[in-house]
Design a protein around this ligand. Structure first.
Ligand SMILES: CC(C)(COP(=O)(O)OP(=O)(O)OC[C@H]1O[C@@H](n2cnc3c(N)ncnc32)[C@H](O)[C@@H]1OP(=O)(O)O)[C@@H](O)C(=O)NCCC(=O)NCCS
Length: 240
């Protein structure tokens, strides 16, 4: 994984104006348009359009290809992979979207291992019963040891980091969320412990999590110990 990955963030609080919406729709392929046609809710429609257009635009910044040229195939767990118009594997990428924020992480190397997750911190959830259901025994214990005011914040750290890792692995929740534990002793350092059954090496990973602005959290999982990334904030893809 040579060279920095690119993390592109789009704040999406505002509605999508008609011109931008049409410009985003213009880069979709037939399958994406079919999916769009089935979405009637305006907000869901805008999120779908922004996400598809953003992925295409971001891929085209790291490889010479028109945004309309990308083709996508999904693995058995739903993870999409990009191919250019000549059929060659495209840059590695991973997308995450939540209310008010979209993020795409891209690296030119098709074999780069990467995952991103974003969450809106204002949403409900974050309680102990959710933690017990999804987190490892060690994470639940660490969470309980914190002052009540810090627990919700740490909950979203674990949640986004765990999602970023399973997304980097590409196999979804089938991996077993309790089989790995994040350790956040120092707020700046994130390490991971894997259950032996997971057959993974903490030394090959680099993790990070941060708030790009108040109210949202981003977590990254990069499958190389010296991986780096640069963060860019974009306006709406294909906007005015
Ligand atoms: C589907 C899943 C990969 C991500 O779901 P999510 O966090 O709700 O959604 P995000 O917005 O972060 O990511 C969605 C995007 O990830 C990509 N994606 C889909 N399946 C993927 C997979 N197996 N691996 C990596 N990326 C995947 C797609 O680009 C998808 O975009 P789309 O929904 O517009 O098609 C999976 O992690 C999941 O099912 N999560 C359920 C939530 C959960 O139980 N979390 C427990 C956390 S501790």
């Amino acid at each position: 994984m040579r060279g920095a990955a690119r993390l592109v963030l789009v704040g999406a609080e505002a509605a999508l104006d008609d011109a931008t919406s049409a410009a985003c729709e213009a880069v979709l392929d037939a399958r994406e348009r079919e999916r769009l046609a089935m979405i009637s809710h305006p907000e869901v429609r805008a999120e779908f359009l922004r996400a598809r257009a953003l992925v295409r635009a971001a891929l085209s910044t790291v490889r010479r290809e028109r945004p309309t040229g990308w083709r996508f195939e999904q693995n058995a767990h739903g993870r999409p992979r990009a191919f250019d118009s000549a059929g060659a594997p495209g840059p590695a990428f991973n997308l995450s979207h939540t209310r008010g924020l979209l993020a795409v992480l891209v690296h030119d190397d098709p074999e780069a291992v990467l995952g991103v997750d974003v969450e809106a911190l204002g949403r409900r959830g974050g309680g102990p019963e959710v933690a017990e259901r999804f987190f490892s025994v060690d994470e639940v214990r660490a969470l309980r040891g914190l002052a009540p005011a810090a627990q919700r914040d740490r909950f979203f750290d674990y949640w986004t980091l765990k999602e970023a890792y399973i997304k980097a692995r590409g196999v979804g929740v089938s991996l077993g969320l309790g089989r790995f534990s994040f350790v956040i002793d120092d707020p700046a350092a994130v390490t991971v412990r894997f259950d032996a059954s997971l057959d993974d090496d903490p030394g090959r990973w680099r993790f990070a999590r941060f708030d790009p602005w108040p109210g949202h959290r981003v977590a990254l999982a990069l499958g190389h110990p010296e991986a780096t990334w640069q963060t860019e904030r974009w306006p709406d893809p294909f906007g005015p």
